[in-house]
Design a protein around this ligand. Structure first.
Ligand SMILES: [Cu+2]
Length: 353
């Protein structure tokens, strides 16, 4: 049950205020009803307010206010969360060579509360890794020793649970990292593939939906063929804390790549590492217009399993997409779940000759 008398889906049906897909801050809705999630957010110092956001023909409730006694969330500095930079920002860590030819890679991750803009004018009190939503894209080569120094700079417990093969005490489930404490994850990167990481504190859906997730890419020892590489993390944004997504995005900001198309060239080979960290909705998907792509589920095989234009991913699923464009022009990519596309999960490739 949502916090409002009308659930989001009822609102979608009930309201038709066409704005051509643009965002617009709207009127104030009447009272919010209490729910367990709201109460816990209230305890955390946040309480949803009745401001609304108009997305196409949908009106969704957004916004929160900090209670006066609450520790304010630090506002991200302007430009700190830049989805265009995030697209190609791979963190290889601080690498040192080991005697057997492998590398030891050290990464610094920290948990930090941060107020992030996730759509025009919409500030979200995110729980982040390193001040971003999603967290940094870590990258290593199969066999590398991965050392992650994790510092919890918040006032609640967090962990990092990485997918992949590692010992039980490196799994980030029982190794709770309390407020102000540290933990070091130390394991061998295996196998090669694409692996989500996320906080594993309870309530899990809350720690994930507030932003604590990212991707670890483990490259094969023999590198994949050269390509222009990108990361796309699909996720929802529950900005009124009612355990239903109000809108959707890749890489932190609704409609960002629709407003800022990604430039590529005809014939340029593009490789997208795709992760689905959507909470609350069981399936998300990626659809590419006027083209087909090779799909490598989980990135754990070197040969594609599928040649398609649409791929469905359940929560936590991921893979690699490879394609090149034959003709110049502006091409859409988006969730094929139409509701997600209309609520912010949409972008363009601007293909130049
Ligand atoms: Cu957490």
């Amino acid at each position: 049950m949502g916090i409002l008398d009308l659930s989001r889906r009822k609102l979608l049906k009930a309201v038709a205020l066409g704005t051509g897909g643009a965002f617009a801050l709207g009127k104030t809705l009447p009272t919010a009803k209490a729910c367990m999630e709201c109460i816990t957010d209230k305890l955390d110092g946040r309480f949803p307010i009745g401001k609304t956001l108009v997305l196409g023909d949908a009106v969704v409730p957004v916004g929160y206010e900090a209670l006066s006694a609450a520790k304010p969330y630090v506002a991200a500095p302007p430009g700190a969360m830049d989805p265009m930079k995030y697209l190609t920002a791979f963190d290889y860590g601080r690498a040192t060579s080991l005697s057997d030819g492998r590398s030891r890679r050290e990464y610094s991750l920290w948990a930090e509360d941060m107020e992030l803009e996730v759509a025009p004018g919409i500030k979200f009190p995110a729980w982040t890794y390193n001040g971003f939503l999603p967290g940094p894209t870590l990258r290593a080569t199969e066999g590398d020793r991965v050392v992650i120094h994790f510092e919890n700079r918040t006032n609640r417990s967090h962990t990092i649970h990485l997918h992949g093969v590692h010992p039980a005490n490196m799994d980030g489930v029982f190794e709770v990292v309390p407020a102000g404490k540290n933990f070091t994850y130390d394991f061998t990167a295996e196998p090669f593939g694409v692996f989500p990481y996320h906080c594993h504190m309870m309530p899990l859906r809350k720690h994930i939906s507030r932003g604590m997730y990212g991707t670890l890419i483990v490259d094969p020892r023999t590198p994949r063929p050269p390509a222009t590489e990108m990361i796309m993390v699909m996720h929802g944004l529950d900005v009124d804390f009612d355990m239903a997504n109000d809108f959707y995005a890749v890489n932190g900001y609704a409609n960002y790549y629709a407003e800022h198309p990604i430039n590529i060239r005809v014939g340029e080979k593009v490789r997208i590492y795709l992760t689905n960290m959507t909470e609350f909705d069981l399936v998300n998907n990626f659809h590419l217009h006027a083209n087909m792509f090779d799909y490598y589920p989980n990135g754990t095989m070197l040969a594609p399993a599928e040649h398609t234009d649409t791929v469905n991913l359940c929560q936590g699923q991921r893979g690699i997409i490879e394609f090149q464009y034959k003709f110049p022009g502006m091409y859409m990519f988006h969730a094929h779940t139409s509701e997600f596309a209309e609520l912010g999960w949409m972008g363009f490739f601007n293909v130049k000759a």
